[in-house]
Design a protein around this ligand. Sequence first.
Ligand code: TXA
Ligand code: MG
Length: 339
Amino acid sequence: MAKIYKVTNENLEQVTDEASQIIKNGGTVIFPTETVYGLGANALDAESSSKIYKAKGRPSDNPLIVHISDITQIDKLAKNISDKARILMEQFWPGPLTMILHKKEIIPYKTTGGLDTVAIRFPSNIIAQKIISKSNLPIAAPSANISGRPSLTDEENLVKEMSDKVDMIVLSENSDIGLESTVIDLTEEVVKILRPGYIEKDDIEKVINEKVDIDLNLKDKNEKPKSPGMKYKHYSPKCSITIVDGDEKEIIKKIQSFIVEDEKNNITYRVLAKNNFPEIPNKISIGVDNQEVAHNLFEIFRTLDENNVTKAYFPYISEGRLAFAIMDRVKKAAGYKIL
Ligand code: TXA
Ligand code: MG
């Protein structure tokens, strides 16, 4: 069983000392970041990285993100770093942006899933920063969930799912942003977004004054990813999620027709919506704006399972900051079922 600590002002130094000692000794620590909780170990040691894959049940070809606590660490880990990449680091680090760069030899292939590139991120969360800097090591950390399940953003579900899988858990408040970092590829001429997040295409384009690409798999609104390597279900609650598309009137009409059937068949359903759609029954309010939706999303997915909900309807969110990142996660959770 993991040692579990909740960080307070009083114990911050002591808890982060102990966490960094565990990392140095080759152990595993779950720690908070501004996006989601991470499951960390020494990124420079293949054996330590292996423990992460084992704890999550993660396929060994799915690379980890390496977390740093100081921009100058980058040159020890990556090579051929473009000026563009450096500008983006200056602008967005520390923060929820992960950059794919050419790896240096010091990073074992275990950490990068066999790739010659490495994903690097400098989180803004102070607890994360302290654990990294005190361990004096880069820390490999994927999201701290069982592989294929939604990322963890709240203490209660985190402890329930992960406490017998790691050496230590450092708890803080619920994760601020609630969705994982934006991942961009900087190894080609044109910057490409591989995973959308809080930092958006426009934000990046403004800084580098160039067009940014979006990975083909993310572009189509309603289609399944075309690349055969993409797994179709991620972030997955057991509950079956259906995204409902259209304008507000159409969405209401569609949901009303679906739930007539569900009620006839005694199926437990919920509708996951913002504060609009007041006339729809069995609604779970997921937040007043996109920021709140992102913050709550993964916890709500887990609540559905706890309450044995069989089906959930999710009205498409197409407007505003974070909409693209939110719908990316919901589409994956829904296995791309959009009606
Ligand atoms: O917000 C976050 O990024 C969180 C916190 C803990 O920092 N971490 C996180 O890690 O979400 P993970 O492992 O759940 O997601 C990392 C993503 C995966 O989709 C992985 O395939 C991709 O980044 N990735 C990592 N290294 C890569 C590489 N060298 N090339 C392409 N994709 C890479
Ligand atoms: Mg993950």
